[in-house]
Design a protein around this ligand. Structure first.
Ligand code: NAD
Length: 487
């Protein structure tokens, strides 16, 4: 493991192709959640820095160098960026681990490869993004163009910092926009590191800007800035609602990827070996800090005991601790605040009548790291707060069901609609239930898969819009219709 200070991680803002301090000179303390110790100060961007970054992005948009560059050339630059991220995989995975507390092996095997895949996928789009000709009445040639929206403000959370940034940057850049991205205050390092890779790839100054800072300060300045044309946000539903309300004033375009409380369903006729094996990873992966975590496990009554046993075994088998230990499967929660939140939710569950089948108490480190073990709650029902609200930690609730109708009603009885998973060998039932569930993604006999080519996003209060695939790039375009008289 490379010590943090040998990584020479950039900790300044990246504006107009250059690293710089915040205008105020302020820094905030960046904490390693696995030790509770400081990793040092990071530039604390505020309204003035957002102003500078937006001005740089506007200039880069208006000079047309990026948006009107030949599509093959833009593809080449974006491919180079993907290659550079791949070449820097080890450094980026180390930084991600220090910043988030997630296991290093996961950062290296999942976060970085998914980021590279996303960058490569969208690198191929500039030559494929096209409009259509429209069969209008009369003697006219009418066609549509897909034009960039302009300056995009992007705000990302802390659970997959680099991957979330890649999911935002790649389609926006492929479509010819310019960007100001604010990483989460808990995890600014990998985004700031990307700055130098942007320059190396040949992305013109001002096309991508990174401003680290707090949500209420830098974030708020970004979402209210009059020269920002669109906000693309991933984070909590509450902040998403605030962004949408704020954007209404200037009618900024908004796309939102928000929270979830996803149902993971096992029917008695499933391949039970595979289904039982999937329970643990669906909720405990990445410390449960996953928006599509299968946090509500619905199991058919006849296999309830078996599922509880499988969940308990998975929870107890997953080693919790030092993110740099190869054997660790569950690292630290991202911050002291989030750790307290998870602790309080489990206490709340118990006060509501839940029983603890595994885990259920924080690991005592005397403030030197924020570790919570995989936890399984039984004796719960779909009305309890612990089952209705997003915990975003390694806490699973198991609920039995007796009929398909009752199951569908319970699975949909939530404000969220991000994902769902179901296990059955009955093909008709699988698709009937998949169609009945109100969620943006449904997995059949699988859970938690993501691919840059497959649309991803939420129904209901889990969001607006779809990232990934063709939908993902269209979200960063305006359609323009051009009419020409032929007479
Ligand atoms: P959060 O909403 O508190 O913060 C997310 C980002 O928003 C951070 O960068 C933060 O600084 C910024 N922010 C906060 N207040 C702001 C404001 N007033 N103006 C502008 N920006 C502001 O969310 P969180 O608790 O840090 O992240 C976890 C949440 O993210 C969970 O609810 C999770 O489900 C969700 N999430 C969703 C997806 C998805 O794709 N649907 C993916 C990952 C995480």
């Amino acid at each position: 493991m490379t010590p943090f200070n040998e990584l020479n991680a950039p900790r300044q803002l990246f504006i107009n192709g250059e690293y710089c301090d915040a205008a105020s000179g302020k820094q905030f303390d960046n904490i390693n959640p696995a030790t509770g110790a400081s990793l040092g100060g990071v530039a604390e961007g505020g309204a003035e820095d957002i102003g500078r970054a937006v001005a740089a992005a506007r200039r880069a948009m208006d000079d047309g160098k990026w948006a009107t560059m030949g599509s093959h050339q833009r593809e080449g630059i974006l491919h180079k960026l993907a290659d550079l991220v791949e070449q820097n995989a080890k450094n980026l995975a180390l930084l991600e681990t220090y910043d988030t507390g997630k296991p290093y092996r996961d950062a290296l095997a999942v976060d970085i490869p998914l980021s590279v895949q996303t960058l490569r996928y969208y690198a191929g789009w500039p030559t494929k993004l096209r409009g259509e000709t429209n069969p209008v009445a009369g003697n006219f040639l009418t066609y549509t163009r897909r034009e960039p929206i302009g300056v995009i403000g992007q705000i990302v959370p802390w659970n997959f910092p680099l991957f979330m940034a890649a999911m935002k940057l790649a389609p926006a850049l492929a479509a010819g926009n310019t960007v100001v991205l604010k990483p989460a205050e808990q995890t600014p390092l990998t985004a700031l590191y990307l700055g130098q890779l942007m320059n190396e790839a040949g992305i013109p100054p001002g096309v991508v800007n990174f401003v680290s800072g707090f949500g209420g300060d830098a974030g708020q300045a970004l979402i209210t800035h009059p020269d920002v044309d669109k906000i693309a946000f991933t984070g909590s539903t509450g902040t998403g609602q605030h962004i949408m309300r704020t954007a209404a004033d200037s009618l900024k375009r908004v796309s939102l990827e928000l929270g979830g409380k996803s149902p993971h369903i096992i029917f008695a006729d499933a391949d039970l070996k595979s289904a039982m094996r999937a329970i643990g990873a669906a909720i405990f992966y990445n410390q449960g800090e996953v928006c599509i975590a299968g946090s509500r496990l619905f199991v058919e009554e006849s296999i309830y005991d078996q599922a509880v046993e499988a969940a308990k075994t998975a929870a107890e088998k997953m080693r919790v601790g030092d993110p740099f230990d190869e054997k660790t499967r569950v690292g630290a929660l991202v911050s002291a605040e989030h750790f307290d939140r998870v602790c309080k939710y489990v206490e709340l569950g118990v006060s509501e009548g839940a029983e603890i089948a595994a885990g259920g108490a924080p690991i005592d480190t005397d403030g030197k790291g924020f570790f919570y073990p995989p936890t399984v709650l039984t004796g719960v029902n779909n009305q309890m707060r612990v089952v209705r609200e997003e915990i975003f930690g390694p806490v699973l609730s198991i609920i039995p069901f007796s009929s398909q109708e009752e199951l569908i009603a319970q699975a949909n009885d939530t404000q969220y609609g991000l994902a769902a998973g179901l296990w059955t060998r009955d093909v008709g039932k699988a698709h009937t239930v998949a169609h009945a569930i109100k969620a943006g993604t449904v997995y059949i006999n699988a859970y938690g898969l993501l691919d840059a080519s497959a649309p991803f996003g939420g129904f209901k209060m889990s969001g607006i819009g779809r990232e990934n695939g063709e939908d993902g790039i269209k979200m960063y375009t305006e359609a323009k219709t051009v009419w020409t008289s032929l007479s």
